[in-house]
Design a protein around this ligand. Structure first.
Ligand SMILES: [Zn+2]
Length: 66
C-alpha cells in the first residue's frame, strides 16, 4: 500500500454524498413536503440519522407517485 492517508481513528460512516443521498421532494405531494420539512429541521439540529431516514422514505416515495 503506497497510500499515506492513515487516520488515528477511522470514521464509522463515510461522509454523506450529497446529490446521491438527497432526493428532491415531489411537487404537490404532502408526504414529500413533510419529509422535506422534517429533514430540514433534523439537518439544522445536526441529526443526520433522521436526515438519512427522510431521504430513504422520500426516495421510496416516487413509487407511489403517478
Ligand atoms: Zn411523495
Amino acid at each position: 500500500m503506497s497510500e499515506a492517508k492513515t487516520y488515528p481513528s477511522d470514521p464509522v460512516q463515510p461522509p454523506l454524498q450529497l446529490g446521491e443521498l438527497e432526493p428532491a421532494p415531489v411537487e404537490g405531494c404532502p408526504g414529500c413536503a413533510e419529509l422535506a420539512n422534517v429533514r430540514d429541521r433534523a439537518r439544522a439540529g445536526g441529526d443526520m440519522t433522521t436526515v438519512t431516514d427522510c431521504n430513504v422514505y422520500m426516495r421510496r416515495h416516487p413509487e407511489g407517485h403517478q
